[in-house]
Design a protein around this ligand. Structure first.
Ligand code: ATP
Ligand code: MG
Length: 197
């Protein structure tokens, strides 16, 4: 048997295995996705999924924890396409150095997030940078889990941010960890509009 034949045989086998798995996937409900890790690409993945849903005519909401004071290309675009945004009205903790202020800001945006997570009209909700709110204890993890577990059955939820709590990963159906091999910032290159925000 030639190399090409062997390759084709392997591909055929792989394809039939994948087809089998697709055929045996019986459940259909909204999913919980966690995109974590230290590499670049977590929020862009979350927003990409929102864009994908919107492209199919679905309804989406986005909660932005932390980055409220930053410009955001995705927000400019998706807001024009009917995506609801709840934005935390504060900068980074290490800018404000005021934990109580940040906690109140986190709680305020979380209340809006909770309303989205209970809204049966929404197909997808992105909780961008939620992981930090849990790590800093600005938002109660038990409450986050309870609200997500009791969301409308067809709603999918995407959580992004570094260091996702193990209980968030346990709750999720899909967990991806973005690993950094190198980043432009490490060799002195400035963040760029359209690439980094
Ligand atoms: P992006 O929004 O580009 O998908 P992200 O959500 O994965 O990035 P965050 O931790 O939210 O990453 O950080 C956002 C900003 O920090 C972006 O400007 C991004 O380019 C930058 N960044 C992400 N990962 C790294 C890294 N490993 N080193 C330096 N800067 C990074
Ligand atoms: Mg991010």
């Amino acid at each position: 048997m030639s190399d090409t034949d062997r390759y084709q045989q392997r591909q055929q086998k792989l394809k039939s295995q994948i087809d089998e798995r697709i055929a045996s996937a019986q459940h259909e409900r909204g999913l919980v996705l966690v995109i974590t890790g230290n590499g670049k690409g977590k929020s862009t993945s979350g927003f990409g999924t929102v864009a994908r849903a919107v492209g199919h005519g679905q309804q989406a909401g986005v909660v932005q924890f932390i980055k409220g004071t930053w410009a955001c290309g995705e927000r400019n675009l998706l807001a024009q396409h009917g995506v609801q945004f709840a934005v935390m009205a504060t900068g980074f903790t290490w800018d404000t150095q005021n934990k109580e202020h940040d906690r109140r800001a986190a709680q305020a945006v979380w209340q809006q997030g909770k309303a989205m997570l209970a809204n049966p009209n929404l197909d997808v909700v992105l909780l961008d940078e939620l992981t930090y709110m849990v790590s800093y204890d600005y938002i109660d993890l038990d409450e986050v889990i309870e609200v997500i577990e009791h969301r409308p059955i067809d709603m999918s939820v995407i959580i992004t941010g570094r260091g996702a709590h193990r209980r968030l990963m346990a709750l999720a159906d899909t967990v991806s960890e973005v690993q950094s091999r190198k980043h432009a910032f490490d060799h002195g290159l400035k963040a760029r509009q359209g690439i980094d925000w």
